[in-house]
Design a protein around this ligand. Structure first.
Ligand code: ADP
Length: 333
């Protein structure tokens, strides 16, 4: 990585930090989840104990990591962060667990990607705060058990169905984060614009929110690009027109579809007569991973009614034809 790229990454990371809500009050929407969490945290604090282990699942960018840090702050404890793929060997998780301070939070992103060997020493640690270690190999191997301080695991995943059931059952509470309401996305944009100290017109907020895929991270990303556009073009504020130009430049349309989303729909329409087409066939036609199609593209396309999943495969809806201005008679090219 060259120096310039590094500085840009560091800058965007610090903006990310700046925009991240620090308290439940700043965290927009998801009221049911917030109330439930406040209850769990309040009760644990009153008892002077660590909270139950908690699991968050839902699409990327909906605020799972943010919640973990808010909980840390509310509980007055530190948060250590790692991810499933980073825990390759049992020794990796052992090193982290044995260094935890009492009541600390261990945040594990992409927890569905923890491997089996790591899981095996992780269960007893979560359940009874015991770390069973094996030192050495073969007949000379020795096992010993280390007592751990109280701690809370907060897991985050986009694919809860891939979590093994023993791991899932170690969590005291599981929360599903859903897409945000449009008005909540608007509030997030307003809040972020204020933090970034940039003027933004009401019309611009609406347009940005509509293109944000009901996802806070996308809303912040589009806002930052619109801010850049306004700055470079010497505009005093982010106007509706600035947003339109920014979205055009990013090839994001009014519904928030990107090139890859449009490509997926067009492929169903033109190559498979509008569907139904099986996931595997679609993935091959798009030269894309099945997982990416299922996890990244489809949930949003289904949410806005452009795609259906049927038992016999994926179909493009009438609305999709209308949005992409494609005539159904042209579908078999
Ligand atoms: P995830 O862990 O689910 O991928 P993050 O917690 O990293 O998502 O959230 C992405 C960004 O979106 C955060 O940096 C934060 O600025 C913003 N964000 C997420 N949820 C909210 C919310 N409820 N209110 C305001 N901003 C949010």
């Amino acid at each position: 990585m060259d120096k310039k790229e590094k500085t840009t990454n560091e800058e965007s990371e610090s903006i990310e930090q700046l925009l991240r809500p620090k308290t439940f009050g700043e965290y927009v929407g998801q009221d049911k989840i917030k109330n439930h969490l406040k209850l769990i945290i309040g009760a644990a604090k009153e008892r002077g104990e660590s909270s139950d282990h908690l699991l968050f699942y839902g699409q990327a960018g909906l605020g799972k990591t943010t919640l973990a840090y808010i909980i840390g702050k509310e509980m007055g404890v530190g948060v250590r962060s790692t991810s499933g793929p980073a825990l390759e060997k049992p020794g990796d998780i052992a090193a982290i667990l044995s260094n935890l301070e009492p009541n600390e939070i261990l945040f594990i992103d992409e927890i569905h990607r923890i491997n089996k060997l790591v899981e095996e020493i992780f269960y007893p640690a979560m359940e009874s705060r015991k770390l069973h270690l094996i030192i050495g190999k073969g007949p000379a191997a020795k096992t010993f058990t280390l007592d751990l301080p109280p701690f809370t695991v907060i897991g985050a995943t986009t694919k809860v169905n891939l979590l093994s059931s023993p791991l899932r059952s170690r969590f005291g509470a599981t929360f599903r984060l859903d897409y945000y309401q449009n008005e909540d996305v608007e509030k997030i944009i307003k809040r972020s614009a204020k933090i970034l100290n940039v003027e933004i017109a009401e019309e611009a907020i609406k347009k940005l929110a509509e293109a944000s895929r009901f996802t806070p991270r996308v809303a912040n990303r589009l806002l930052k690009r619109a801010r850049d556009y306004a700055q470079v073009n010497k505009k005093k504020e982010i106007s509706g027109e600035v947003v339109e130009k920014t979205l055009e430049m990013l090839e994001v349309d009014s519904l928030g579809l990107e090139e890859a989303d449009r490509e997926l729909l067009k492929t169903i329409m033109t190559k498979f007569g509008g569907g139904p087409v099986g996931l595997k066939t679609l993935a091959a036609a798009l030269n894309e991973e099945m997982d990416t199609i299922e996890e990244v593209y489809e949930p949003f396309l289904m949410k806005i009614g452009l795609l259906n999943r049927t038992p016999s495969g994926r179909t493009a809806t009438d609305l999709a034809y209308k949005h992409l201005k494609l005539d159904k008679t042209r579908k078999l090219i």
